[in-house]
Design a protein around this ligand. Structure first.
Ligand code: G3P
Ligand code: CA
Length: 254
């Protein structure tokens, strides 16, 4: 939908810290984001859900049990309830004290010192989440030219495209969907700037094909150095990784 990204593999691939530096710190905690920033990531990836009282919060799953000591669903808890949960101990003993951050708090903490790569999760469950995100961007004057928004939901991305056509949008593609056809890629190009694909589905020729339709391609989630090197050689425009330090070394070897 815009032209703020040069679609060329000659540029270094973006280092996208998946859920923060989540290989080192519990995912989606301020600690994980701070470490990702320290490791010189280009973007911090944030998955969003919404609390019962309508606040956007950073957590990957719809349910609480994997990454917190809570049970049930994010959408049935108030922010106050969510923030009493321990979001760090499941990961390691030093994760104690980590909690689920609100997006408001993340923007208040980092402002424009980092770049955000934000995913709307289950947007059909949270009507209005796109408008809430836009309002927070305005509240903290987050630079929209430095922001990327991603979703598996084309509807959510189309909503952003209408609200603010200059924001870079990435259509996520599930492993299950496999490789897209030229028809599908052309259709995505009407509202988005690129696709985010499972690295497991990618081939060199497919990457070239996607780019030939004017779309960037970002690969998720790559933690192995050899795989990073291969994908970069194939020309991907960005890589999501739980280990931004590893990817940084691959991209900047000297
Ligand atoms: O957003 C890219 C990648 O994170 C998509 O998968 O399930 O980790 O959000 P998931
Ligand atoms: Ca994600």
């Amino acid at each position: 939908s815009n032209t703020n990204i040069a679609n060329t593999a000659e540029k270094d691939p973006l280092i996208i810290a998946h859920r923060g530096a989540s290989g080192h710190e519990p995912e989606h905690t301020i600690e994980a984001y701070k470490l990702a920033q320290k490791m010189k990531s280009d973007y911090i990836e944030i998955d969003l859900h919404m609390s019962k009282d309508g606040q956007l919060v950073a957590i990957h799953d719809y349910a609480l049990h994997r990454t917190t000591n809570g049970t049930g669903y994010v959408k049935n808890k108030t922010v106050k309830q969510l923030q009493t949960l321990d979001a760090g101990s499941w990961f390691s003993s030093k994760g104690k004290g980590a909690y689920i951050p609100t997006l408001d708090e993340i923007f208040a903490t980092f402002g424009n010192d980092i770049r955000y790569y934000i995913e709307t999760k289950s947007p059909h469950e949270y009507p209005g989440m796109e408008k809430k995100l836009m309002a927070l961007l305005d509240k903290y004057t987050i630079n929209k030219q430095q922001l990327i928004i991603q979703s598996f939901s084309d509807e959510s991305l189309r909503t952003f495209h209408h609200l603010e056509p200059s924001i870079m949008l990435i259509q996520l593609v599930s492993y299950r969907q496999g490789l897209l056809t030229s028809h599908q890629l052309k259709n995505i190009h009407r509202y988005a700037d690129g696709i985010g694909s499972s690295s497991k589905t990618l081939t060199k020729s497919y990457i070239k094909m996607v780019q030939s339709y004017g779309l960037d391609i970002h690969a998720y989630t790559v933690n192995d150095t050899k795989e990073m090197k291969k994908l970069i050689q194939w020309g991907v425009n960005g890589i999501f990784t739980n280990y931004p330090d590893r990817l940084y070394k691959v991209v900047h070897p000297y």
